[in-house]
Design a protein around this ligand. Structure first.
Ligand code: HEC
Length: 142
């Protein structure tokens, strides 16, 4: 009988560990209101940052890059080279590369100076959100 008591005690300890300390240290409590607003602003399967980036992309980039980043914007036929299809570009896996193109323009990458530099117009946060969105375009086809 004593062994059953010990068994019960032994099973309570991990239970306490799971419930009491399971949350892990240092995690701030979530803000339900902020979470709700962010969920509201998310588009389709995009994360919050990607959705923010999508808004900026529609505003600043689609005239050349096209609504879905496929390089078929209304201005694309005037450009040589034309904007690449971001949904198929391997470069979309390289966040640092995308960030540099956006901030310094394609000229910053020793390419044709057709993608404008946004480093003085957009905030760092906006550029990060655009990078996230460009990466999500590359992700869809994989
Ligand atoms: C005036 C037209 C134009 C606009 C506006 C424009 N781009 Fe571009 N972009 C281009 C062209 C053209 C290229 C290809 C340049 C080359 O290959 O030399 C390009 C290339 C890129 C690349 C590199 C893609 C790759 O596969 O290597 C990224 C990333 C990019 N643009 C992001 C953006 C973002 C983000 C915006 C909006 C904030 C933007 N561009 C606005 C024309 C434009």
């Amino acid at each position: 009988m004593r062994s059953i008591g010990r068994l019960a005690a032994a099973s309570v300890v991990p239970l306490l560990l799971l419930t009491g300390c399971g949350r892990g240290p240092g995690k701030p409590p979530g803000d339900p209101l902020l979470d709700a607003i962010r969920a509201e602003e998310r588009e389709g399967d995009l994360s919050y940052a990607e959705s923010q980036g999508r808004h900026l992309f529609v505003q600043y980039c689609v005239t050349c890059h096209g609504d879905e980043g496929k390089g078929d914007g209304q201005n694309a036929s005037n450009l040589s080279p034309p904007p690449p299809d971001m949904t198929a570009s391997k470069n979309m896996q390289d966040a640092a590369y995308i960030k540099k193109v956006i901030a310094e323009g394609s000229a910053g990458m020793r390419r044709a100076p057709l993608s404008p530099p946004w480093g003085r117009t957009l905030s760092r946060q906006q550029i990060d959100d655009l990078v996230a969105y460009c990466q999500s375009l590359g992700r869809k086809r994989r």
